[in-house]
Design a protein around this ligand. Structure first.
Ligand SMILES: *[C@@H]1O[C@H](CO)[C@@H](O)[C@H](O)[C@H]1NC(C)=O
Ligand SMILES: *[C@@H]1O[C@H](CO)[C@@H](O)[C@H](O)[C@H]1NC(C)=O
Ligand SMILES: *[C@@H]1O[C@H](CO)[C@@H](O)[C@H](O)[C@H]1NC(C)=O
Ligand SMILES: *[C@@H]1O[C@H](CO)[C@@H](O)[C@H](O)[C@H]1NC(C)=O
Length: 589
């Protein structure tokens, strides 16, 4: 906590060398209790209940954790990279200079005309007392250099006390404030910027992916060019811009609408080098970062493809999620990192709903649930994979006499010079030879898909038991799953493996085609992975079926080829990108 006096007053002392008569003075300190973006000292609009913060009333202040002047280092004086913990320590509120006054919540004391020359005051915050000054109506400000990471330690509440001494009298006043919660974005919020990872000259798949993504970006009407992180990954190219950080924000009322700061949350994957981008690349003016407690290796369960946000709704049990609600998933008996769950829970607004994705090899929620804008009462709907619909597409092809066509039409390995032939990270030649007939006669394949569908349905039921959404509004995307044909990667770094084997009685599946649900929602435009489905009479029948279901939500679709850049590595367009969305959100309203 950092109190920032910005006009002169009398210098206060913190010890009292004499006795005083309490109560004879009436100091009055005010904050923006009624949340209209200004502090009213002339009238009484900020007076009612100013000493008690409630969800509907009470002033709000921001974590001022950006780096407006670019002073925060990434390396020490000898040029060695700072540790993750050290990286996160520096921000605009660390230190005593006022580096970004626009993120300071105002406090003002009402003028006290009758004070003697010897009067002095003392302004301080509890629980964290700091330093002070006073008189003739002080203009002060408050910001935070910390986030709420565990509300048992600090829940973001602050009481600012204002004591005035004018021998022999004294008086005291108090105003309550609370730190704005860190909130994650949902897909109905407008997009400012799409982010992805630059591909080096020899990384042809990534460069092709980026070229497709950029065309789709233009079609979606996003003006800002794609922001590209430099390549990272000491062992493997880390192309997963969705996974190593989650863009979030904190906002408070301002005179011209909400004032907001972005807070980039680094994934709880301490050995994932790409997570340093949060501080080394993103931290800047109006952008801060959060470093979770270290010590989690690089387990996929903690990637942020495993964190999505349900758009705003009121639950069936009456809980209002004004800024939306987080979903994440467990892998049977394994939960995501506790430090992250505690952090998210303690923001108090978007209490994470935990789904089940242990049945998937990678195991992220973005592999089986998506939220789309929709013309119903909620204003949105849920999309899920539908294996039955996908089999119907195949059966229809067979019925029309085209069962001999390739099930997966991907044919372009030209220019591809990465990966391990025949293993993780390259197409499986046997799989590319499969026909529609082959898939339809494979009973094991059908069982695998029934298994996947049971888990999808169970997850959907969890969502529908909380969300009042008519089942008829659900969008069902034709998708099929397979069992992986390669051994899973263990980085051999002494930490738990990225992916843990399935528990007895369960399997781990992944999508057969580039998984069209795992894309980027940009308003009414949708950027989907190009599915490379069966080609009949020159048309990708699966791609057309996918377009048709998104059209039920009035959404147009751009397809991006991610087969070699992402799909063969177990992810898709969504996993390989991220979005910065609107932050001017009145969550307190
Ligand atoms: C990528 O690296 C180059 C060379 O070090 C640097 O000039 C550039 O600013 C980096 N880009 C980003 C987005 O960090
Ligand atoms: C699709 O658009 C039409 C025309 O604007 C509108 O009437 C309808 O409600 C929309 N449907 C959905 C599901 O959003
Ligand atoms: C790959 O398939 C596309 C149709 O999706 C076709 O236009 C192209 O000629 C094929 N390329 C090769 C090398 O077979
Ligand atoms: C049938 O499908 C299963 C599950 O995806 C697969 O492991 C197996 O190789 C397939 N068999 C044939 C003959 O394609």
């Amino acid at each position: 906590m950092f109190l920032t006096p910005s006009i002169t007053g009398l210098i206060a002392l913190t010890s009292l060398p004499f006795s005083v008569r309490s109560g004879a003075l009436h100091p009055d300190i005010r904050a923006d209790t009624n949340r209209d973006g200004q502090v009213d000292t002339a009238g009484d609009t900020d007076l009612p209940n100013k000493a008690v913060w409630t969800p509907s009333s009470g002033a709000i202040f921001l974590p001022n954790i950006g780096d407006a002047t670019g002073r925060c280092p990434d390396t020490d004086l000898t040029g060695q990279p700072l540790s993750s913990t050290e990286l996160a320590l520096c921000n605009d509120a660390s230190g005593d200079d006022l580096l970004s006054p626009e993120y300071i919540a105002p406090l003002q004391t009402v003028p006290m005309a009758d004070l003697s020359e010897d009067a002095y005051g003392h302004v301080y915050a509890t629980p964290d007392a700091t330093y002070d000054r006073l008189q003739s109506g002080l203009v002060l400000g408050i910001d935070s250099r910390e986030l709420v990471t565990d509300s048992k330690v600090w829940d973001g509440s602050v009481l600012v006390r204002f004591d005035v001494y004018d021998r022999p009298d004294s008086g005291s006043d108090v105003v309550a404030l609370k730190l704005a919660p860190v909130l994650t974005h949902h897909h109905l919020q407008p997009v400012d910027t799409i982010l992805s990872i630059a591909g080096s000259a020899k990384n042809t798949p990534q460069r092709r992916f980026l070229s497709d993504l950029d065309k789709a970006r233009r079609r979606a009407g996003v003006e800002e060019p794609i922001f590209l992180f430099n390549e990272t990954g000491e062992i493997l190219f880390d192309q997963w811009a969705q996974d190593f950080f989650e863009p979030a924000y904190a906002s408070m009322p301002g005179p011209n609408g909400p004032i907001a700061i972005r807070v980039m949350i680094r994934s709880a994957q301490s050995t994932r080098t790409a997570g340093r981008h949060v501080f080394e690349t993103l931290r800047g003016k109006g952008v801060g970062g959060f470093q979770p407690a270290p010590g989690f290796g690089f387990e996929e369960i903690n990637s942020f493809g495993n964190l999505e946000t349900i758009p705003p709704y009121t639950s069936k049990s009456g809980v209002e999620y004004k800024a939306g609600r987080i979903i994440t998933s467990k892998h049977f008996d394994k939960m995501p990192a506790e430090s992250m769950l505690t952090f998210l829970e303690c923001q108090g607004m978007q209490s994470p709903l935990v789904l089940e994705s242990g049945w998937l090899l990678i195991g992220h929620v973005d592999e089986f649930v998506q939220f789309l804008p929709f013309g119903n009462e909620l204003g949105w709907t849920i999309a899920v994979p539908d294996t039955k619909a996908a089999f119907e597409v195949l059966e229809d092809i067979q019925r029309k006499g085209h069962g001999g066509v390739k099930a997966i039409s991907f044919n372009g390995t030209a220019g591809y010079d990465g990966g391990w032939p025949g293993g993780y990270g390259s197409p499986d030649p046997d799989e590319l030879r499969l026909t529609v007939d082959d898939l339809l006669r494979n009973e094991t394949f059908k069982e695998v898909n029934e298994y996947a569908q049971r888990h999808i349905d169970a997850n959907l039921q969890v969502l529908l038991s909380d969300i009042d959404l008519p089942p008829a509004d659900i969008i069902r995307i034709p998708i099929l799953f397979k069992t992986p044909t390669f051994e899973v990667l263990d980085l051999g770094d002494g930490y738990p493996p990225r992916i843990t084997p399935p528990i007895p009685g369960e399997m781990q599946v992944m999508s057969l085609w580039p998984e069209t649900i795992n894309g980027v929602v940009l308003g009414k435009h949708y950027i989907a992975p190009k599915p490379w489905g069966p080609i009949v009479e020159g048309r990708d029948v699966l791609a057309e079926a996918v377009k048709e279901v998104y059209a039920k939500a009035n959404m147009s679709v751009s397809f991006v080829d991610d087969f070699l850049s992402h799909h063969v590595w177990g992810g898709e367009v969504h996993c390989g990108s991220n979005t910065l969305r609107e932050t001017a959100v009145e969550w307190w309203d």
